[in-house]
Design a binder for this molecule. Structure first.
Ligand SMILES: [Zn+2]
Length: 306
C-alpha cells in the first residue's frame, strides 16, 4: 500500500526590521514589528484552520520578550494545536559563518527561551536565510532539536538572491543577507532525509521546490500568481511530500496595517492582502483535499531518501 501523501505548511516570523536589513532601508517606527504578531499570526492561523490543516511557526526567540503581543499570539497558536519551532535567537543572516560559540548560543538559548516562555519543546530549527553548514547542524543537534528545516532546493532562488546581494554590494548599500552554500539549493532531495553524523545526524525536512525549473512553493510566489505560482504548483501535485513555506509578511497589508510605504520594495506587499489570501487558498485548498496535513514534527522520520 502506498503511504498517504503529506502536506505541511510552515511560516517564518521574520520581523519587518529584517526586511529593512535585507534592502538596506533605515530603521522603521517604534512598534512596527508588533503588527507581525497582532495581525499576521492570527490571519495565518485562521487561513490554515479554514483549510483544516495544522501548521508549524518558526519564531525568532528574542521576539518573545522584545515584541509586544508575541507571547500572546504564540500561546494562542499552541492552544489551537499548532507547533512552535526555532528560527534562532536573533536571526543573524550570517549565523552559519559565525564561530562555534556564537552558533551554540543562538541555537541553544533560542530553544530554552521558547521552552520557558511557552512551555513547549521546540523540536525543530530553521536557519536564518536558509543557510546551513555542518558546524551549524551539529549545534542544532547538540541543542536537542530532532529535525532541521532549512533546505529549499531551488537553484533559481539561490541565483536570484546571489545577484541581488552582489548588486547591492556594488551600489555601496550592502545587504545583510548572504549568498549561502549553492549546493543546498541545487542538489538536495525533496523528501525528508537524515544528515550524516558529521553534520549532526538530525532529520532534514525540506521545503518544496518543483517543476522543471525547481521554483519554490513559497508564499511570495503563490501571492504573485501567474507562472511563478502555477509552475511549481503543477509540479508539486504528484509529489509524495509537499511543504509550503510562508513568511509573516505574506499576511500583512501596507494600507490595512498602516505600514511604511518603503516596505513596498517587497513584491508581495504590492498585492492587496485580500487578493493574496484568495490566491493562497486557490493553490493550497486542492492540495489539502488530497493529502494528510501534518505538523513538521509529525512527518514520518523513516521516510527513505529518493
Ligand atoms: Zn527568516
Amino acid at each position: 500500500m502506498t503511504p498517504p501523501a503529506d502536506l505541511c505548511l510552515s511560516i517564518d516570523l521574520d520581523d519587518l526590521r529584517h526586511y529593512r536589513a535585507i534592502h538596506a532601508l533605515p530603521p522603521g517606527p517604534a512598534g512596527e514589528d508588533d503588527r507581525l504578531f497582532e495581525r499576521a499570526v492570527p490571519r495565518f492561523l485562521q487561513f490554515a484552520e479554514d483549510l483544516g490543516i495544522p501548521t508549524t511557526l518558526f519564531v525568532i526567540a528574542e521576539d518573545l520578550q522584545r515584541v509586544e503581543g508575541a507571547l500572546e499570539a504564540l500561546r494562542e497558536a499552541v492552544s489551537r494545536g499548532h507547533e512552535i519551532a526555532s528560527h534562532s535567537l536573533t536571526h543573524r543572516y550570517d549565523l552559519s559563518r559565525q564561530p562555534r560559540e556564537v552558533m551554540a548560543r543562538e541555537v541553544r538559548e533560542a530553544r530554552s527561551r521558547i521552552q520557558e516562555a511557552l512551555g513547549v519543546e521546540a523540536r525543530g530549527f530553521r536557519g536564518p536565510g536558509y543557510n546551513l553548514t555542518p558546524a551549524l547542524l551539529r549545534e542544532v543537534a547538540a541543542a536537542g532539536h530532532a529535525w532541521d528545516s532549512s533546505i529549499l532546493p531551488a537553484p533559481m532562488y539561490w541565483a536570484a538572491r546571489a545577484s541581488v546581494v552582489a548588486w547591492m554590494a556594488l551600489r555601496g548599500r550592502p545587504s545583510r543577507s548572504i549568498t549561502g552554500r549553492a549546493r543546498d539549493f541545487l542538489a538536495r532531495p525533496r523528501t525528508p532525509f537524515r544528515w550524516p553524523e558529521e553534520a549532526g545526524g538530525v532529520w532534514e525536512i525540506p521545503m518544496t521546490a518543483a517543476g522543471w525549473l525547481r521554483l519554490p512553493l513559497i508564499g511570495t510566489n503563490l501571492a504573485l500568481g501567474g507562472f511563478l505560482a502555477r509552475h511549481p504548483w503543477n509540479g508539486a501535485r504528484n509529489l509524495p511530500f509537499v511543504h509550503i513555506e510562508f513568511h509573516g509578511l505574506d499576511f500583512l497589508d501596507i494600507r490595512e496595517d498602516a505600514l511604511d510605504p518603503d516596505l513596498g520594495i517587497e513584491p508581495v506587499l504590492r498585492v492587496p492582502l485580500e487578493e493574496r489570501t484568495a490566491r493562497f487558498r486557490e493553490f493550497v485548498a486542492p492540495l489539502v483535499a488530497s493529502r494528510r496535513g501534518l505538523l513538521l514534527s509529525q512527518v514520518p522520520s523513516s521516510a527513505a531518501p529518493p
